[in-house]
Design a protein around this ligand. Sequence first.
Ligand code: NAG
Length: 268
Amino acid sequence: MSPTSVFFLLILGSMVDTKTSSEKESLLYPYGPHQGDKTNPKHDDGTSEEITLSAPFTFYGKSYQTAFVNNNGVISFDEPVRQYTPDPFPLADGHPFVAPYWGDVDNVLGGDIFYRQTTDPALLADISQDITQYFPKSPFTATWALVATWDHVAYYGSTSQKGNTFQAVLTSDSKMFYIILNYWDIQWTTGAASDGDAETGLGGTPAHAGFNSGDDTNFYNIPGSQTDAIINITTTSNVKVPGRWVFRVDDFQVTGVDPAKLNNDCWL
Ligand SMILES: *[C@@H]1O[C@H](CO)[C@@H](O)[C@H](O)[C@H]1NC(C)=O
């Protein structure tokens, strides 16, 4: 091979790398103070203020006007959730919530929890395009979204620098209601008060991801929840995008979950 072809192969290689990393970046929708996000107070087991939803959100057939973005990886309706060790679903205590990654986050030790409601046309166009691609039978034009992001959050009792970064997006066109869960970087599963190891953030009762309607029959657990394998949620998906899980939640539908097609190394 001539030196010139080697040179062009090197150039090509670096272009491919650049493309891969920029595609990876796009898993999380934009977030942070420069996007107008609010930041949760630094309190272990804390929550946001009560958020009055500028568009009511329908979850498992019921419409909600308020929500909380809870530090411990949960977005709840009507009431906050401060519990730090996850319980298996269903929790039939009337508390409806989505758990992007329910575990013992400690934002005093590290990281931040951000959220905003938005009608930003550029962001809504991106969200609409993504959902329409995953659910082509029901074209979707978002008119509202709540974007909540856990940015490099530490675990309770941590003696390491580990942090988890993930995001939950609630969105609607006022008729259809969807939740997008984005897992970007998951480094720990368990806080020290949930029998996790203080140095590794592993073991004990690992984090739980899923949906709890508040009754005893309607719920969904993302595969791997409360097992060590939840650390690999960045590699799994129900929409063929590693690290992304998307559900229609007004009349809750499980779509695209075929355990046989999940990466067996991750879950079995
Ligand atoms: C996570 O995935 C990696 C790579 O497939 C695998 O080696 C590892 O065993 C998985 N971890 C768990 C806890 O399942």
